[in-house]
Design a protein around this ligand. Structure first.
Ligand SMILES: *[C@@H]1O[C@H](CO)[C@@H](O)[C@H](O)[C@H]1NC(C)=O
Ligand SMILES: *[C@@H]1O[C@H](CO)[C@@H](O)[C@H](O)[C@H]1NC(C)=O
Ligand SMILES: *[C@@H]1O[C@H](CO)[C@@H](O)[C@H](O)[C@H]1NC(C)=O
Length: 249
């Protein structure tokens, strides 16, 4: 199946205030089950969306079709119990009037124009939302960048990517107890460009006033976040700093 285009970045805070979800819109129209398979392969799962997130998703102008799949479906073992594909316990309080209304419709779609949920035949072909669900963890041990990367990959999932202003604000929040002013992120310079080691696109950027170091000296090729000034800076990879890991949920 082909990968798709519109990336919609937005967040819902859930549970611990250091966790968030990023939703991706996939325009291809397929069944709920196929959408679930796709999302589990390329992201965390089909999207879990609170009422607030549903409202944010409704402003997604890439969604030209009126309904899109989300991760909600009817528990096959318990009729009338609706559960999230990703396992979250988020309550569902944005059914449309008189929904759910049909006991042959076991999957749920979002009416893009109203942000309301409808039960829908699972075999319908709809575009859909996948999510990446992650938790951010400050590790208050000072390590060189390579060691920090190993630590995150072994104990969690990866070093953090600051891929949007909102995520960055969240990360700055979790670094409140850090002993160092700078913390390592997953930002690295190699083969002529900066990138996130977790593979995310480097679209959002927040370099310090000097701007992006186009040709950093050999030892200044690791990216740290200055949590006071809220900017990124190229630092000596051997410098020992606290760091922020992510755990994929
Ligand atoms: C979805 O929302 C639009 C806009 O309010 C509405 O016109 C349409 O009838 C809704 N679809 C269903 C099936 O309720
Ligand atoms: C993972 O965490 C444990 C406990 O803090 C630590 O002893 C271990 O060295 C970590 N792994 C790496 C690769 O740093
Ligand atoms: C940072 O944490 C505080 C307290 O936990 C919270 O009120 C605030 O909304 C958080 N800020 C962000 C950007 O998440």
């Amino acid at each position: 199946m082909k990968a798709t285009i519109a990336v919609l970045l937005l967040l819902g805070l859930f549970g611990l205030n250091t966790s968030f979800r990023t939703h991706f819109f996939v325009t291809e129209q397929i069944t709920w089950k196929d959408a679930q398979t796709y999302c589990r392969k390329h992201h965390s799962d089909l999207s879990t969306v609170t009422k607030e997130e549903a409202q944010l998703l409704s402003s997604n102008t890439d969604a030209t079709y009126s309904f899109s799949w989300i991760g909600l479906y009817e528990d096959p073992d318990r009729a009338d119990e609706w559960i999230w594909s990703g396992g979250q316990m988020e309550e569902v309080d944005n059914w449309d009037t008189d929904q759910p209304d049909d006991n042959t419709q076991h999957c749920v779609s979002l009416n893009q124009s109203t942000s309301k949920l409808h039960d829908t035949l699972c075999s319908d072909m709809l575009s859909f939302y996948c999510m990446d669900a992650v938790e951010t963890i400050l590790v208050s041990q000072n390590k060189a960048w390579d060691e920090a990367l190993d630590y995150c990959r072994q104990n969690y999932s990866d070093l953090v990517s600051l891929s949007s202003e909102i995520i960055e604000a969240e990360v700055i929040n979790v670094t409140g107890k850090s002993q160092t002013d700078f913390v390592w992120t997953g930002l690295r310079f190699m083969a002529g460009h900066w990138f996130w080691v977790s593979g995310e696109d480097l679209q959002y950027e927040a370099w310090s006033v000097e701007g992006e170091p186009k040709c950093p000296a050999g030892n200044l090729r690791c990216g740290a976040l200055d949590r006071n000034k809220k900017v990124w800076k190229a630092k000596d990879c051997e410098k020992r700093l606290s760091f922020v890991c992510i755990r994929k949920l």
